[in-house]
Ligand binder design. Structure first.
Ligand code: G4P
Length: 295
């Protein structure tokens, strides 16, 4: 899904989520495990206020497990419980239910003490486009749910989807916008496929991605593309372009005359990265993120 975000859209998206907050007990905030901060809405704390929240680091199957573990610790430091999941596979659905219930345990126990039988927990899934919201809803529901959309004029009320006996989900997730005014964020979102690469220059996205891979995942890159030697200095622009050219040659991305077609080579690199062919890779760690913070 491609959405053009304008200030009016953002206000509307925010209002729609805040209207739904009144109906629910817990928010399930979906982030991309490979880029948890870049795939996060910059105003999320303000939007959700104090609603109990479970953070899911989705597409964990594609992310570097070590980086994901440091993200779980990072969120824990901020008082947020984060659970790595793979919605496409659907293995952790019981865990998601258990953790959501745990977040409300004080409230549930108080109700039990008063002799009130707690009703099913009501949850809302929120996240930026392509982070896996529909996939997760379908997995939790155990069937394919037709997206109803939040279009004006659609009179259909909110539908609750039963998840086991103890949980209910709103059928329409809350769609959030990323922090795309930040160039680093834009590149990471494009590299992972969260935003369409036509918006940004493909060669630029691949360049920054290859530079990150040379720095953090050199061995995997060498192995996948048979590159003999990686640049000693990743800040050397020409050396990174040479790596991209070597990949292009390896994949037959050539123009007439035998020169490497950098655009084609870039598309190949990004396609293989997104499909997990380069191994499990994360494109940001808490350390990177902290290093990028303005002083
Ligand atoms: P959205 O509702 O938040 O916009 O996202 P959606 O569920 O449509 O998921 C976006 C893409 O991410 C889909 O791929 C989906 O299969 C994939 N995806 C979701 N969760 C996971 C996960 O845990 N691991 C992996 N590897 N992929 C995941 P697509 O290429 O757009 O569609 P398709 O291949 O499913 O047809």
């Amino acid at each position: 899904m491609t959405i053009q975000w304008f200030p009016g859209h953002m206000t509307r998206a925010r209002r729609q989520i805040q209207d739904k907050l009144k109906l629910i007990d817990v928010v399930i905030e979906l982030l991309d495990a490979r880029i948890p901060i870049s795939s996060r809405n910059p105003m999320i704390d303000e939007i959700l206020q104090n609603k109990p929240r479970l953070v899911l680091l989705n597409k964990h199957d594609l992310a570097d497990p070590e980086a994901t573990a440091s993200w779980v610790a990072y969120f824990a430091e901020q008082g947020l419980e984060a659970l790595p999941v793979d919605a496409a596979n659907g293995n952790q659905m019981k865990e998601i239910m258990a953790r959501s219930k745990q977040l409300l345990s004080v409230k549930i126990e108080a109700q039990l003490r008063k002799g009130i039988k707690p009703r099913a927990i009501r949850a809302l899934i929120v996240g930026i486009p392509n982070v896996g919201k529909s996939t997760l809803i379908n997995r939790l529901a155990g069937r394919k749910i037709a997206a109803t959309g939040d279009k004006p004029g659609v009179t259909k009320g909110q539908q609750w989807i039963k998840v086991g006996t103890e949980m209910e989900l709103l059928d329409t997730p809350g769609i959030l916008w990323p922090k795309f005014e930040d160039q680093q964020v834009g590149i990471r979102l494009a590299a992972t496929g969260a935003i369409k690469e036509e918006i940004l220059n493909t060669v630029d996205i691949a360049f920054y991605t290859v530079r990150y891979l040379v720095t953090h995942y050199g061995a995997g890159l060498q192995e996948r593309f048979g590159i003999e030697k990686l640049p000693d200095d990743p800040s050397d622009t020409d050396a990174i372009v040479e790596v991209m050219e070597a990949i292009g040659r390896k994949r037959g991305a050539l123009m007439s005359g035998g020169r490497v077609d950098l655009e084609k080579a870039s598309l190949t690199i990004l396609r293989e990265l997104r499909a997990g062919k380069l191994g499990r890779i994360s494109l940001e760690t808490p350390d990177d993120y902290q290093a990028e913070q303005p002083l």
